[in-house]
Design a protein around this ligand. Structure first.
Ligand SMILES: Nc1ncnc2c1ncn2[C@@H]1O[C@H](COP(=O)(O)OP(=O)(O)OP(=O)(O)O)[C@@H](O)[C@H]1O
Length: 223
């Protein structure tokens, strides 16, 4: 049974939750992963902690609305994933790390596509977007098709999209994987800023604690 901890802020009152998860059930044919899983996910950064195979990626896919739970409900600031799936998904930034769906696009074209999906996505000429691209050393790769980028390069494109999208709920799966040290430091700084947000929730799956990022909640799948 997963445990919830509110390490750096008072426990999230139900009224404060950005995402409400209730009674979630999910099983693969060989394995039950979640039974009546519930959480009140506040604004700021929630750490989804767990060892290999504990179900972190599966839970992110469920929260994204990419996988359907067998039971339960997801409410994102009043939008129900079950009743309003398109409206729900349009408020969630989630990118499968290994996705090849955008391989033919350049990073610039990927951002343009995401800009159509997320109304708050940073404009192409926004200094904040340039700062993200500089911070992730992406500037020189912007006009290459994504299939030409390294694993780390592609992950940086997903991360720049996450920080640029302005989505109500952003889901990140092992955001430091395959990154160079300066980019890891930059992502930590971005997450520390995200931790200050009260109206937007970030759920970050990672196998250990997040350095220098104040956490609103920890969901420990191993507990
Ligand atoms: N499509 C699938 N079909 C069947 N079983 C799956 C599928 N995807 C994942 N699993 C199994 O579900 C369990 C949880 O996997 P998941 O990838 O969600 O865990 P995780 O915590 O993200 O682990 P890792 O960090 O190793 O990716 C694992 O035992 C995995 O083998």
């Amino acid at each position: 049974m997963p445990t919830m901890m509110s390490p750096s802020s008072p426990a999230c009152a139900p009224a404060d939750a950005v995402l409400r998860v209730a009674g979630l059930g999910f099983a693969y044919p060989q394995q039950v992963l979640f039974e009546a899983f519930g959480a009140q996910i506040p604004g700021g950064v929630t750490l989804l902690l767990g060892s290999d195979g504990s179900g972190k990626t599966t839970l992110l896919r469920l929260l994204a609305g990419d996988l359907s739970a067998s039971t339960g409900s997801l409410q994102l600031q009043g939008t129900s994933a079950q009743d309003q799936p398109l409206a729900y998904r349009s408020q969630v930034y989630w990118q499968e790390s290994a996705s090849q769906a955008f391989d033919a696009l350049t990073a610039l074209a990927y951002f343009e596509q995401q800009r159509k999906r997320y109304p708050a996505f940073l404009p192409a000429n926004a200094p904040e977007l340039q700062a993200l691209l500089d911070g992730l050393s992406l500037t020189e790769h912007l006009t290459k098709p994504l299939y030409m980028l390294s694993t780390g390069g592609k992950r940086k494109v997903w991360l720049a999209g996450a920080f640029a999208a302005g989505a109500k709920l952003t889901l990140l799966d092992e955001p430091f994987a395959a990154l160079d040290k300066p980019s890891i430091r930059f992502v930590q700084q971005q997450l520390a800023q995200a931790a200050q947000q009260r109206e937007r929730a970030w759920v970050v799956a990672h196998y250990e604690s997040l350095d220098d990022v104040p956490l609103a909640l920890v969901i420990d799948l191993d507990a």
